[in-house]
Design a protein around this ligand. Sequence first.
Ligand SMILES: O=c1ccn([C@@H]2O[C@H](COP(=O)(O)OP(=O)(O)O[C@H]3O[C@H](CO)[C@H](O)[C@H](O)[C@H]3O)[C@@H](O)[C@H]2O)c(=O)[nH]1
Length: 355
Amino acid sequence: MKDSSHFAGKTLMITGGTGSFGNTVLRHFLESDVGEIRIFSRDEKKQDDMRHRLQLMHPECAEKVRYFIGDVRDQRSVRDSMHGVDYVFHAAALKQVPSCEFFPMEAVRTNVIGTDNVLHAAIDEGVERVVCLSTDKAAYPINAMGKSKAMMESIIYANARNGAGRTTICCTRYGNVMCSRGSIIPLFIEQIRKGMPLTITDPAMTRFLMNLDEAVDLVEFAFLNAEPGDLFIQKSPASTIRVLAEAVQKIFGQTDVKIIGPRHGEKLFETLMTCEERLRSEDMGRYFRVRSDTRDLNYDRRIETGEVRTMADESYTSHNTDRLDVDRTVEKIMTSSYVRLALEGKLAEDEFSQA
Ligand SMILES: O=c1ccn([C@@H]2O[C@H](COP(=O)(O)OP(=O)(O)O[C@H]3O[C@H](CO)[C@H](O)[C@H](O)[C@H]3O)[C@@H](O)[C@H]2O)c(=O)[nH]1
């Protein structure tokens, strides 16, 4: 992390801390002189693995990390782990589209109620900043995962608007993180290794591509720049699944391709910023900021004059963003440490990419 003096001596908590994001962010945060990092998650085995990995690879900072077993669904466990915390990074979520489609109430419990629990505990405990992680699937949502994340965002903005005391709550939204657990690139690599055909849902589908370090940069940018209720969006390139498959094959070897059709709840393209958000967005270089709408419900008091615009002409989507060809997709994919290690046959040795 570049300048991380803002974490000096502070206590940070990462919900969903044993996931891909949690592992990457932990590595970044441990480079700073942070006081303490709390990993909050459900799975004792994953916590134990993380503890051992850290002791093995970075014994000098292992003591700064404390592990809390709990579930964001359970308010008590959230509160008990938040005493004395300065900053919260809320990454705990159900995020697989197909499984949320079959168990939508589970998405509600974790993504909606869980976020409400985290925010209220943070407000009550006087946490200074909470950065929540959302997804492109929350913009014009069509599947249960996206709808639950859209509700999560509403809860974030409502809490920020209704007054969160000394707690600044903000949100980040990004597209597909390459090589996160259960995602397409690791699956393609495995299929090539086993000599099996690549399973492609729809070759024309597009997805935004970013790596885990970029996700961490976005979260840090939000942390440093947020006003209450801000949404920060990472500008990202995208590619079609056909191009992505060709790029992975170019790196790992040719194999057949099988078209399997879209899975439950999938979109042809993703939206990172809606037309309505785009109208009030601010271009900050690598990122967009969408400020929260701070008007109250007394519409009668307002008299609008002149031209009133409700939405921008276009939303910001994986179809109309910078679209990568095969070579640029190869370049992009190679920025993922998972892919580089897989290529060198060193995946098992990596301390964090297995998360
Ligand atoms: O066998 C497969 C599986 C997937 N796909 C396609 O590959 C793309 C990416 O699929 P992933 O499962 O990797 O990602 P999703 O877009 O479904 O969702 C991912 O990105 C989200 C953010 O947008 C969340 O982070 C979520 O956890 C993560 O799974 C999609 O177009 C999908 O249709 C295939 O072609 N073949």
